[in-house]
Design a protein around this ligand. Structure first.
Ligand SMILES: *[C@@H]1O[C@H](CO)[C@@H](O)[C@H](O)[C@H]1NC(C)=O
Ligand SMILES: *[C@@H]1O[C@H](CO)[C@@H](O)[C@H](O)[C@H]1NC(C)=O
Ligand SMILES: *[C@@H]1O[C@H](CO)[C@@H](O)[C@H](O)[C@H]1NC(C)=O
Ligand SMILES: *[C@@H]1O[C@H](CO)[C@@H](O)[C@H](O)[C@H]1NC(C)=O
Ligand SMILES: [Zn+2]
Length: 548
């Protein structure tokens, strides 16, 4: 079942006009309820008299909180009288005051958490008593944490950092309101489906963003849409009415809508209670041969453009992608097991790894290389750092479970005309590494294909390099808790080289005697097998998963 909701920007006392308009829209659309952001009233004026005299019809259940100005005295009086009698704030039929700091389940079944007013810097602590004054304290926001979750979060103030990671521009000449950290924290805690607020002279709808999962619901990464409305009847005709439909029992593991970003907010302070797992879509590979550089000598213009995020197999926002192979989602990267893995549950079973530990570490940002991820918000460095953290965590898991008998190989193809860069992680017996066979295998295959020679160096983020293939070969420590050692081999190459996207997998397949598994498409598993693999993987990875 879905409810149709309509949201109005600050009405500022234009009651007759607004409710007439609402009646017209309601007659056509049959909304379940309306919500007003910001001030409903202006002064204790004629409009208030008409409303209280019953001369203004409110056509459907309409909810509001305090905005930036105090409620008119006659409204406060009405509310206080009302509260004594019914414990509800009904101003006139269909018009409900939510209170300044409140949690409400409407009779239409929609949960609304409201924090009206603005921060009163002069009040140091405590929660405010007056529901009708346009001020609140940080404690008021914290008092709402107990609501746990909500469909709608309604705040007069903007959350801090909400525009981080957003590509939506504000209209020229407008400035975003100053956001508040404690409003961001409230949004992080409650994970509302819609966070509604107001702006003085423009409309802003952020790209949807997802929150981290919790331990209770490790498979759910809820989405919030932040929408800020201009005042009703504003001179520049900025949007002041927004309608949407809200499913009352949503499929919370549905794929992310296109354009979804990670959360603009820093994780809340204190121990991180984030969990692995995303309901998110993605699927790996996809890229293999399809987007290889199609240029052939003497022919031009045949290259297909690389896919955008909507059709990319590595983007979480790709709505068509499967979801069940993801293990963990961090702030800037995520971890998934491979579809059609090179190593199987049998490959290393004798060494204590009884699942295919072939994994992919993928940036959340759709970018062919790490080097060209934006520097804004330090995103590039943060992405590289978090991917490295995933790699280290995987290495530790493999070493511990195999009692130091398995190391690992991680490789990357970084190509400016690639699609969405990622790292592939494959466990490797420690003797194979120690005998130098891994390094030799890569060097020999490169030579055979007349590729450039490998160099012993790590380009890091790769800012000063062109295209390259790199491989980290990790030897586990001899005892648990000690550090292992990493050797990085890098092959720089240029545009003229038709670099095979299967190179890394081919080398490892030959080395591990898994030649039949060179093509991932030949290794497809049933969804049940995949689910079994991801469960085993997650169980093993749990103690190393820093996103939990
Ligand atoms: C309400 O409407 C009635 C009938 O039109 C009118 O007599 C009365 O003055 C109105 N009341 C207010 C407060 O406007
Ligand atoms: C919120 O969660 C806590 C802990 O799980 C629980 O004690 C509390 O009753 C919940 N509150 C609501 C309003 O659901
Ligand atoms: C948002 O961006 C600003 C400016 O780049 C930065 O100072 C701030 O730390 C960012 N906030 C978060 C939560 O990342
Ligand atoms: C080079 O690769 C081809 C194709 O995989 C193979 O047939 C050939 O034996 C290889 N040569 C060497 C020297 O490894
Ligand atoms: Zn992508």
């Amino acid at each position: 079942m879905a409810s149709k909701l309509i949201v109005l920007g600050a009405v500022n006392g234009q009651l007759q006009l607004t409710f007439n308009k609402l009646s017209t829209l309601h007659a056509k659309n049959k909304f379940s309820l309306a919500i007003v952001v910001g001030n409903l009233f202006a002064d204790d004026d004629e409009a208030v008299s008409e409303l209280l005299a019953g001369n203004i019809t409110v056509p459907l259940p309409t909810y509001f909180t305090v905005g930036t100005s105090s409620l008119p005295p006659r409204i406060i009086e009405k509310i206080e009288k009302d509260e004594e009698v019914t414990q509800a704030f009904i101003i006139c039929p269909n018009l409900h005051f939510l209170g300044k700091r409140s949690t409400t389940k409407t009779s239409e079944g929609v949960k609304i958490v409201a924090l009206g007013g603005q921060l009163d810097e002069t009040i140091v602590g405590g929660i405010s008593q007056e529901q009708h004054l346009p001020f609140h304290t940080v404690a008021d926001a914290k008092a709402l944490y107990g609501a746990n979750t909500t469909d709608i979060l309604l705040t007069t103030s903007w959350p801090a950092s909400i525009r981080n990671g957003s590509k939506v521009e504000l209209p020229a000449g407008t400035t975003a309101p100053t956001g508040q950290e404690y409003i961001s924290d409230l949004c992080v805690k409650l994970r509302p489906r819609y966070h509604l607020s107001l702006s003085p002279d423009f409309f802003y709808e952020r790209e949807p963003f997802f929150h981290s999962a919790t331990q209770e619901e490790p498979d759910i990464r809820p989405i919030t849409r932040f929408i800020s409305l201009a005042p009703y009847g504003n001179p520049t005709k900025q949007k002041a009415i927004y309608a949407f439909s809200l499913r009352l029992s949503p499929d919370r593991s549905a794929p992310f809508p296109a354009g979804t970003t990670s959360s603009p907010f820093s994780p809340p302070a204190g121990p991180r209670k984030r969990a692995a797992l995303g309901p998110k879509p993605y699927s790996r590979y996809g890229q293999d041969n399809d987007y290889r550089n199609k240029r052939q000598k003497g022919r031009r213009g045949e290259r297909r453009p690389p896919p955008g995020p909507g059709e990319c197999f590595f983007c979480l926002s790709n709505p068509t992608l499967a979801t069940h192979l993801i293990s963990s989602i961090g702030d800037d990267a995520y971890l998934t097991i491979a579809k059609g893995p090179l190593t199987t549950a049998d490959t290393n079973a004798a060494l204590g790894i009884d699942f295919p530990a072939h994994a992919l570490i993928i940036p959340l940002t759709h970018s062919p290389t790490i080097a060209i991820i934006t520097e804004e918000d330090n995103a590039r460095q943060k992405t590289f750092t978090e991917m490295t953290k995933f790699k280290d965590a995987l290495q530790s898991m493999i070493a511990k479970r195999s009692e130091m008998n398995l190391g690992a190989v991680t490789y990357e193809i970084s190509k400016a005309n690639g699609v969405h860069t990622h790292w592939q992680f494959v466990p490797m017996p420690v003797e194979t590494i120690q005998k130098g066979l891994v390094e030799a295998a890569f060097r020999v295959e490169a030579e055979n294909l007349s590729y450039p020679e490998f160099q012993v160096r790590d380009p890091g983020i790769g800012q000063d390099d062109g295209d390259f293939f790199r491989v980290w070969v990790w030897t586990p420590p001899t005892e648990e808790g000690a550090e292992g050692t990493t050797k990085c081999l890098t092959m720089p190459f240029d545009d003229n080289l038709r670099f095979s996207l299967q190179f890394g997998r081919t080398v490892l397949a030959k080395l591990l005697d898994l030649e039949k598994r060179i093509q991932w498409r030949d290794c497809a598993q049933s969804e049940d097998e995949e689910k079994k693999d991801i469960e085993a993987f997650k169980t093993a990875f749990k103690e190393f998963d820093f996103t939990l």
